[in-house]
Design a binder for this molecule. Structure first.
Ligand SMILES: [Zn+2]
Length: 656
């Protein structure tokens, strides 16, 4: 009989891996969080993130699951868990691994800003990772190898990179930002999944998706979470022992939830859903330590899926969460960010149209073609149809409150650039509207849809300042106003010197924002209480206008195995489109003029100056001086990002 001692010399390091450890134990032994990107640098401690231990168990090779889904808020270790697994694979269970970001640019930034420091900080693996230039010169793939395996780090926007290699392990990073289609080859997620086929057959494949959900209408991570066994982290009340999931808002029976004061220091505490006693924040660590995951979906789901929110985060406090909510609750974009990043939940759009009759009945007592007090900026949206053009001019006030100040239809043949309809539209650009202060004001920016008669629209737009040719684009992540492209072909199909800029408009989120605003009710307590974003209409608006304004609705659509919500029209929707383009015009002005609340207020003061006064001190008006001053001092910041992506939540968000 052969003894173990006899075998020893025959086994080389190459065939005998080191002692196999579980992922969580390995992580605690070898991982160190780098100071430059961590809120709590130093050795990894599982007792700091106790809720991550079970997720790591599922990622260990002997766990039978194939996919691990982690729908999460910021600040709960979502990024780190990916690093833990990558490093563990390289050291313990080497194999080919594919890490896919939304774009190649995002992947490169992630390697540069996060991965490199984390590798340097991990003594165990930093010497076994070999940087390699891609073998294919054309590929932008980042490739790092180790004995018996490699990491391919790339973007879901490159079909070449995500279709080329067979892999055992996959990490889908920020999957809610992946495109719907890659290079016309369909859903990138499907392409990625196909890379694992041979390993799936042998039962060795494993995938991790950890992501903060974005929009419920097309959230990939939320769909995967719902399909899985939906584990929630239950923690016991320190007073009565009742095990419960921590929620920011109370449940439907008014129990549970965070309780806090509206002013600093907020004194946020958690109301036990059973005994009702307010749990102090200092109990959190102890509650987390005694917590456990319980699956909500005990049916046929076989793959584990986890959800957690920032109330559990060991690197933020309940007070800070309360503060963020109070800051966000009046502002739709901030509230969306709060729901995504703090609650870890997708933002749900209401897809049913607001009732047009209710809007018709609550029209306000002002005339069209006049500017009620409060109107600061004017934008116009134009929808081009076969038999003429529709337009709406919208006045914008503080906190995105709006007044519909003009609308109509000019009949004609827009396909003919000589048709009088184009002159009529030119007159609209020269139109001045009287305001409440004795001034006459004209349209600040007009956006005209080029989807139907592109060349005629380009030709007209080229002749008029402050008019943009636009094109509506689908998608829940498309920014309100995207980067314009130059259109250089004229009516005769010849190159047009200079060309015209065409602006892509992300209409889907704007439609959702419009409906959310249309649902708001005017408070009885007077103008002071008008909700932000409230839409005013004149007593002269007719039934057709409201029917068209509310003609769209959301419907589930299946595409390539995925279901997402898309907009559909229920009858004529021209005034709806006009409003969406007018909203886009306002978003553009806010972006390029950097109109935060403060600068918008200065602009309001300037424009609400009676003409005599403005004449008297045209160059010395305090408002103008102040606005110029503000412009000089305005910090350089990137305004190209959609507002919902702003980093208002703070730096801590970054490392997780
Ligand atoms: Zn209790």
């Amino acid at each position: 009989m052969l003894s173990a001692d006899f075998l020893k010399p025959l086994i080389s390091a190459a065939v005998m891996p080191p002692v196999r450890m579980e992922l969580a134990a390995w992580t605690e032994k070898h991982r160190e969080l780098p100071a430059e990107q961590s809120a709590s640098p130093g050795p990894w401690r599982n007792d700091k993130f106790p809720f991550l231990v079970e997720i790591m168990e599922c990622l260990s090779p002997w766990h039978p699951c194939e996919t691990v889904t982690f729908a999460k808020s910021a600040q709960v270790g979502g990024t780190e868990i990916g690093f833990n697994w990558m490093f563990y694979v390289a050291d313990q269970y080497p194999g080919p691994m594919l890490i896919v970001h939304p774009t190649i640019q995002a992947a490169q930034a992630w390697v540069r800003e996060k991965l490199s420091a984390s590798i340097r900080q991990c003594r165990r693996i930093r010497h076994i990772i070999v940087e390699q230039k891609s073998r294919d010169g054309a590929s932008t793939t980042l490739f790092k190898s180790f004995a018996n395996g490699f990491w391919v780090i790339t973007g879901a926007n490159s079909s070449v990179d995500i279709s080329s290699k067979s892999v055992r392990y996959v990490i889908k990073e920020e999957i809610d930002r992946w495109p719907d289609d890659v290079d016309g080859q369909g859903d990138p997620e499907k392409l990625v999944n196909e890379r694992q086929t041979s390993f799936t057959r042998s039962g060795l494949a494993k995938t991790l998706s950890a992501c903060t959900p974005k929009n419920a209408a097309d959230s990939r991570i939320w769909a995967a979470y719902m399909k899985g066994d939906q584990r929630r982290f239950y923690v016991p009340c320190p007073h009565c022992g009742f095990e419960q999931v921590l929620h920011f808002f109370p449940n439907s029976k008014g129990r549970g939830g965070l309780v806090f004061e509206k002013q600093p220091p907020f004194r946020a505490r958690y109301a036990c859903a059973d005994c009702g006693v307010l749990i102090e924040h200092f109990h959190k660590d102890q509650m987390l330590a005694r917590g456990r995951w319980i699956a909500q979906n005990q049916g046929e789901a076989v793959q584990p899926s986890f959800h957690i929110n920032a109330l559990y985060s060991p690197v933020t406090t309940w007070d800070k969460i309360a503060e963020k909510f109070l800051d966000a609750k009046e502002d739709r974009n901030k509230l969306i960010t709060f729901v995504n990043l703090v609650l870890g939940e997708p933002w749900e759009e209401r897809g049913d149209a607001p009732e047009w009759v209710r809007l018709f009945e609550r029209r306000s007592d002002y005339d069209l073609k006049t500017l009620p007090p409060g109107v600061v900026l004017l934008t116009c949206g134009v929808d081009v149809q076969k038999d003429g053009v529709y337009f709406e001019t919208v006045g914008w006030g503080t906190s995105k409150r709006s007044w519909s100040v003009d609308c109509g239809f000019y009949p004609g043949d827009p396909s003919d650039p000589q048709d009088p309809v184009w002159d009529t539209l030119s007159k609209l650009m020269r139109e001045t509207y009287p305001d409440a202060f004795g001034n006459r004001r004209s349209i600040d920016l007009l956006m005209i849809d080029s989807g139907y008669q592109a060349n005629a629209v380009y030709a007209w737009s080229k002749k008029h300042a402050f008019t943009f040719a636009v094109k509506g684009m689908p998608g829940w992540l498309t920014p309100a106003v995207g980067t314009p492209t130059k259109q250089e072909i004229n009516l005769e199909g010849k190159k047009q010197p200079g060309g015209v800029l065409l602006y892509p408009i992300g209409t889907w989120p704007l439609k959702a924002e419009l409906y959310a605003n249309l649902r708001k009710a005017l408070n009885d307590t007077g103008d002071e209480q008008t909700p932000p974003g409230f839409c005013f209409f004149s007593r002269q608006h007719d039934e057709t206008f409201f029917r068209q304004l509310t003609a769209e609705f959301l419907k589930d659509v299946k595409r390539g195995g995925r279901t997402r919500k898309e907009w559909f029209a229920n009858g004529a929707n021209h005034f709806h489109d006009c409003r969406i383009y007018a909203m886009a015009g306002f978003e553009y002005l806010r972006m390029v003029e950097q109109l935060d609340d403060e600068r918008f207020e200065l602009l309001r003061l300037m424009r609400e100056t009676p003409p005599q006064q403005a004449q008297a001190d045209l160059f010395t008006s305090p408002a103008q001086a102040a606005l110029k001053d503000a412009a000089r001092k305005a910090p350089d910041h990137d305004t190209s990002k959609p507002a919902a992506d702003s980093d208002w939540i703070g730096d801590l968000d970054d490392w997780i």
